[in-house]
Design a protein around this ligand. Structure first.
Ligand code: GKR
Ligand code: MG
Length: 449
């Protein structure tokens, strides 16, 4: 019997389109989101004319890697994931520039040349998976080994926020201000009504801890028994972290990055063992500590796990280097009995599709995933994802199961072209300085409390 000839998997063309997407004035320990944030859309076209798409950060430091990397790809196979990853190592990065580059105050952990490369490579890997899935008539989750669940649960990502950006810049949405417990509970109610989320994460590190404790207690009262998380992005000292942990031990699913650095996290972790409801996950006593700041690269895993600094790691396929790498991280976590959740920051529907596919394949993804998606009104896909009961269905369509809307892509790219340069790099501290009373803001000196 003759076999059908396989189709040509060779990369013919790579297209990179930086865009600016609107973002509400969400507050965090470092400042406030700017009215627009940069993302990069990657398209990979095979010699047979099949196109795959991916998405990642669009700040200058990522574009500076994506552009030379894209030039290396024509002639290589979309199925050669290891080879394509190795090629990324050929892109030279000026280490000094890595340290100097505008960053979001370490909200996503350390900044290294390798992590930048992985953050760029991830979008290309997703685009190749999308294209390969289309060629083979298989969804991305099947290329990763198959789904273990039909829907993926997401949590409501609650933010303290202003009603609008300073000076009325950008778009004004209908969410209004949330700067106190009542505002946070009202925001949570809308998340429940509009999307059906049943677990909640509050971005903290914005107000003195007593106010954030009050907000979590108000959520616990309004939504009894629902999983709650608080994440001040390393804004507290170990002492403050312990006080907050003691106050919230009975209601928190986990406490995320209360303090900065593995050593501080290990100190807090050791002290909260035995205090409260860490047994909720059935593993240990005390408040569980989670991170997307002190374990964001492979070299950081060993110390954090051996010192029991964290009990939950938030994966993120962007900076871990793609969907295969996320599955490797999951295997390491499984080996050490460390739980797995998923991190997010401002993104569009291509990334959400990729997050959902990989989450569907990981048996030990024990927690509802984070997603900023409900805060994003701009997208480049033809049909936006719709949450039902806080969940997204796992697509069975070939590839990612989302299609690029070229008109929307062009419009958001036009916004990037027209920008005077101020929005092309995310800078929450600069945005904060525009707020009334924060003119001298340079970002927090950690610990802030
Ligand atoms: O977008 O403000 C934000 C978040 O604080 C984000 O950047 C963090 O990286 O959401 C993230 C987190 O969980 O730390
Ligand atoms: Mg976090």
């Amino acid at each position: 019997m003759t076999q059908k000839p396989s189709r040509n998997l060779t990369i013919a063309e790579v297209r990179l389109t930086p865009v600016l997407i609107s973002d509400p004035p969400l507050l965090n320990v470092h400042g406030v989101h700017q009215p627009y944030t940069p993302r990069l859309v990657v398209e990979i076209v095979t010699e047979d004319g099949v196109t795959g798409i991916g998405e990642t950060y669009g700040d200058t430091k990522y574009l500076d890697i994506a552009r030379p990397y894209a030039e290396l790809l024509p002639g290589h196979s979309i199925a050669d994931f290891n080879g394509l990853a190795a090629l990324a190592q050929q892109v030279g990065i000026d280490e000094a520039r890595v340290e100097d580059a505008v960053d979001v105050g370490g909200l996503r952990g350390i900044q290294t040349a390798d992590k930048l490369r992985l953050s760029v490579f991830s979008a290309f890997e997703v685009a190749c998976l999308d294209a390969l899935g289309k060629v083979q008539g298989l969804p991305v989750h099947a290329l990763l080994g198959g789904k273990v669940r039909d829907t993926v649960e997401y949590s409501a990502y609650l933010f303290y926020r202003w009603a609008e950006h300073p000076d009325g810049a950008g778009e004004r949405d209908s969410w209004g201000e949330a700067v106190d417990p009542a505002g946070i509970v009202a925001q949570a109610r809308r998340f429940v009504d509009d999307y059906g989320f049943t677990s909640f994460k509050l971005k903290g590190g914005v107000f003195p801890p007593a106010e954030e404790i009050a907000a979590i207690k108000a959520l616990a009262e309004a939504f009894p028994g629902h999983p709650l998380r608080l994440d001040p992005n390393g804004g507290w000292s170990p002492e403050t972290s312990l006080k907050v942990a003691a106050e919230l031990a009975d209601v928190l699913e986990y406490l995320e990055d209360p303090t900065s650095g593995t050593a501080n996290m290990a100190e807090v972790s050791a002290a909260v063992k035995g205090a409260g409801s860490r047994g909720a996950g059935g593993r240990q006593e005390g408040v569980l500590l989670a991170t997307n700041m002190c374990v964001t690269t492979v070299p950081e895993i060993r110390e954090a796990f051996l010192t029991d600094a964290v009990q939950v790691v938030l994966s993120d396929h962007h900076y871990w280097g793609g969907l295969h790498a996320t599955r490797e991280l999951a295997a390491i976590c499984r080996t050490f009995g460390v739980g797995l959740s998923m991190h997010s920051n401002t993104h569009m529907g291509i990334s959400l599709a990729a997050m959902t596919h990989v989450a569907a394949t990981v048996p030990n993804l024990d927690y509802a995933c984070d997603s900023h998606y409900p805060w994003q009104t701009d997208d480049v896909i033809t049909a936006r994802h719709v949450f039902t009961d806080g969940r997204l269905p796992v697509s069975g369509a070939p590839g990612l199961g989302v299609e690029l809307d070229r008109e929307k892509l062009a419009a958001l790219h036009r916004r990037w072209l027209d920008d005077d340069g101020t929005m092309r790099d995310r800078d929450d501290a600069a945005a904060m300085r525009k707020g009334t009373g924060y003119e001298d803001w340079t970002g927090p000196v950690l610990p802030r409390w």
